[in-house]
Design a protein around this ligand. Structure first.
Ligand SMILES: [Zn+2]
Ligand SMILES: [Zn+2]
Ligand SMILES: [Zn+2]
Length: 109
């Protein structure tokens, strides 16, 4: 018991996911869609969302928060705004923004 599943739609890209596990908390049923929040704007990104990693800090950002940075090699980097302001991929110091991690893989099966 407790292993229910349903379908859910990503709030960002409207991709439909079937057989999504449902978790229950104090407010009732809550669909545990596997999403990753954009590091900058907190927009939820599912596996189908248009998102990628920053070439500077390696965090996950949505497409809106990444900027193309020409580094003279012909293949521009994808950098977040923080990395762009810090000079575009200089390895001087990658500061991880916060340590907030939420792992939805909880609960009995
Ligand atoms: Zn974003
Ligand atoms: Zn999505
Ligand atoms: Zn970055």
């Amino acid at each position: 018991m407790g292993s229910r599943s349903t379908s859910a739609t990503c709030p960002s890209c409207n991709a439909l996911f079937e057989r999504v596990a449902v978790e229950y908390d104090e407010e009732g049923g809550c669909v545990a869609l596997q999403v990753t929040p954009c590091t900058a704007c907190r927009r939820l990104l599912c596996s189908a969302c248009d998102c990628s990693q920053c070439d500077g800090c390696g965090n996950v950002f949505c497409a809106d928060c990444l900027q193309l940075v020409e580094d003279g090699t012909g293949s521009p980097l994808h950098c977040c705004q923080v990395c762009v302001q810090e000079g575009g991929g200089s390895a001087a110091g990658a500061t991880p923004a916060g340590g907030v991690r939420s792992d939805p893989n909880h609960g009995p099966r």
